[in-house]
Write a protein that binds this ligand. Sequence first.
Ligand SMILES: *Cc1c(COP(=O)(O)O)cnc(C)c1O
Length: 354
Amino acid sequence: MAAPRLEIDLDKIGHNARTLVERLGTRGISVTGVTKATLGSAEVAATLLQAGVNGLGDSRIENIEAMRIGQPSAPMTLIRSPMLSQVQRVVRCADVSCNTEIEVIRRLSTEAQQADCTHGVVLMVELGDLREGIMPDDLLDCVRETLNLPNIDFKGIGTNLACRSGVAPDARNMAMLTELAEQIETTFDLRMETISGGNSANLQWALSGAEIGRINDLRLGEAILLGCETLHRQPLDGLYTDAITLIAEVIEAKVKPTLPTGQIAQNAFGEIPTVADRGQVTQAILAIGRQDTDPCGLQAPAGIDIMGASSDHLIVESNGDNLSVGTEVAFQLNYSALVRSMTSPFVTRNMKPA
Ligand SMILES: *Cc1c(COP(=O)(O)O)cnc(C)c1O
């Protein structure tokens, strides 16, 4: 079979999604299944919808367009603020988008009028992580103008934590989101459909028995695909952490010294490596590199250690098995390695069940 390739077990992904949908359901929270790490995979999209997610979320309109082909009527949310240069595509393909700039929402309104459709808007609020979000003091003004824009359907508010600064979702920032929701509803005499509390980093908070307040949605990607929460990257009870693996093939296997010979200057990536002399080792090279994945995000099977990587070569040492030429090795991936493998044209995918 072709290598390198991702082995994607759709049953395991479906199980993870269903389990989270059920657990959060008991707390009154629905799941938006985030697909951005799968390059708009039609199979993953279908699997998540079958598992009971409320809708799909993706940060790229290209992925939403790709998923739309197989899912003409599934609710899809663009979870990154639309680019002005893409607003026309956004109103055509996404039902809802997350927004932080009124200028963009005005343009969405214009394009939605032209396309004779309505476009849903969730306003993202800054609650401390300092990535996207309207400052809380500016929120009411933004809601007011959004409500007045033709062909725009104000859906609710959301926040995103733990992405840039690692700010953990907790009782304080989640209560603030609830408070802002109530303030909006009182001021404008309306009931919001969506109060989206965050991403996979919110799971500990959401499942801890904490006061949920008005939060009724989480946007989950990594927890579904990799089976872990994302504050400490701990596996989640009852979820598969091996739904996706990356297979690479050995192209050289030799016993070599650990110490390089000659004067040491920069390597291909501007680093000056320092190595300890451990004598002779059993080294293998796999045909995969920084063009295909994030080598730092790979976890090798027991008995194999990753020693280094360049654009096209991954160097490993094995302390047992002889990794002969042609052998396939299966790696576990973190999110960074997963996203890069999914978007590399050199990495194929094998979906189970196909
Ligand atoms: C990526 C992303 C998510 C999903 O994050 P996970 O950690 O994969 O659950 C949710 N919301 C926004 C805005 C995102 O960019």
